[in-house]
Write a protein that binds this ligand. Structure first.
Ligand code: SF4
Ligand code: ZN
Length: 296
C-alpha cells in the first residue's frame, strides 16, 4: 500500500477520505485537520495563551505537540487523581514529554485538596461512582488553573469522544448537554474559555499520529474505565463506521449545524461561599466534597 500523496510506504488507510498515507503525510494530515477545526470553529486566535490538559495519553500529548508547533504559547496541566500505580505512570509520561520538548508542566494533585484522599477513596466515602466524581473534580481543577493562569483551556477530546458523547446525549435527549457540547465554550464569569481542537480527528488517526511522531504515551487505560457506557457507544459507532465510512464525522458536523436549536437558559449562578467559583447552591460540589473528605 502506497501513500496517495507522495508514493512512500503507507502506514494508515483512511476509508472516510479514501486516502492511504505514509508517516510524514499522516502527520501533516492531522495537523491540517487541527488547523481546520481552529479556523472553522474559531477556537483560538493567533498567539493565544493555552493551558493544555494532559493525561499522559496519545490525544492530549499529541494536541500539546501540535499546538506548540503551530506557535501557540502553551503550558501543560496534569491532574494526579491518586489512582494507585496508574496515576504515577501517566504522570511520568507527561513529565517526560514536557522535558523532551522543553515545555512547562503544572501538576495538581487531587489528594492535596481532599485531605490525602484520591478518587478511589473519595468514591467510597461519597458512595458515588469514581467517574462521576472524577469528572467533576477534573473540570473544577482545570477551570481553576486556567482562570489563575489567564489561559484558554484546551482538552484532547477527539471525534470518537465527541460522537460517543453526542450519541449518549441524543439517546436520552439531554437538551442542556446538547446545547453545551460545542468545540469552543466562551469565557463567562468564573469560567475560562474551553476548546477542543481535535474534534475533527478520530481516535485511530490520533494513535497513528502519536506513533509517527515518536510520542511516548501511556497505553494502559484507567482501571475505572472498564465497562464504561462511553466505550460501548464508541464500539457501536465504530461498527457503523466500518459499514459506512465517514458516518462519525457526518453525525458530529451535522449536529453542530443544528446546535442552536438546543440552546437553553443558563442556570442562575452565584459565587461558592467557600472558594468563590460559580455554582448553583451555597457551596460548590468541589467544596462540599472537601468538607466530606475532612470528616473521619
Ligand atoms: Fe476518571 Fe478514570 Fe473514570 Fe476517566 S475512567 S473519569 S480517569 S476515574
Ligand atoms: Zn467552592
Amino acid at each position: 500500500m502506497k501513500c496517495k500523496l507522495c508514493g512512500q510506504r503507507a502506514v494508515l488507510r483512511l476509508r472516510a477520505y479514501n486516502l492511504s498515507l505514509c508517516q510524514d503525510c499522516l502527520r501533516d494530515f492531522v495537523k491540517r485537520r487541527v488547523q481546520k477545526a481552529i479556523r472553522d470553529f474559531r477556537l483560538l486566535k493567533k498567539g493565544e495563551k493555552v493551558l493544555v490538559a494532559v493525561s499522559g495519553g496519545k490525544d492530549s500529548l499529541s494536541l500539546w505537540e501540535i499546538l506548540d508547533g503551530l506557535g501557540y504559547d502553551t503550558i501543560g496541566l496534569y491532574i494526579h487523581l491518586g489512582i494507585e500505580g496508574y496515576s504515577d505512570r501517566s504522570l511520568e509520561k507527561a513529565k517526560a514529554f514536557a522535558q523532551k520538548k522543553g515545555l512547562s508542566l503544572l501538576v495538581e494533585d487531587v489528594r492535596e485538596h481532599f485531605s490525602g484522599l484520591g478518587i478511589p477513596q473519595l468514591s467510597k466515602k461519597d458512595m458515588r461512582p469514581p467517574c462521576s466524581l472524577c469528572g467533576m473534580v477534573k473540570r473544577y481543577l482545570m477551570n481553576k488553573v486556567a482562570c489563575e493562569t489567564d489561559r484558554t483551556l484546551a482538552t484532547g477530546h477527539n471525534l470518537d469522544d465527541e460522537a460517543a458523547t453526542l450519541l449518549g446525549n441524543v439517546l436520552d435527549w439531554k437538551e442542556g448537554y446538547l446545547g453545551r457540547q460545542a468545540p469552543r465554550l466562551e469565557a463567562r464569569d468564573g469560567f475560562a474559555p474551553r476548546v477542543k481542537p481535535l474534534v475533527l480527528c478520530t481516535e485511530r488517526e490520533m494513535a497513528a499520529y502519536a506513533i509517527a511522531s515518536d510520542i511516548d504515551y501511556i497505553l494502559e487505560e484507567c482501571p475505572f474505565s472498564e465497562g464504561a457506557t462511553s466505550l460501548f457507544y464508541k464500539d457501536v459507532l465504530n461498527q457503523i463506521e466500518e459499514r459506512s465510512p465517514g458516518t462519525k464525522l457526518r453525525f458530529y458536523q451535522g449536529f453542530l449545524k443544528l446546535q442552536d436549536r438546543f440552546r437553553i437558559e443558563e442556570p442562575q449562578l452565584r459565587p461558592c461561599s467557600s472558594c468563590g467559583y460559580q455554582t448553583t447552591g451555597d457551596l460548590c460540589n468541589f467544596c462540599r466534597l472537601k468538607e466530606k473528605a475532612k470528616k473521619k
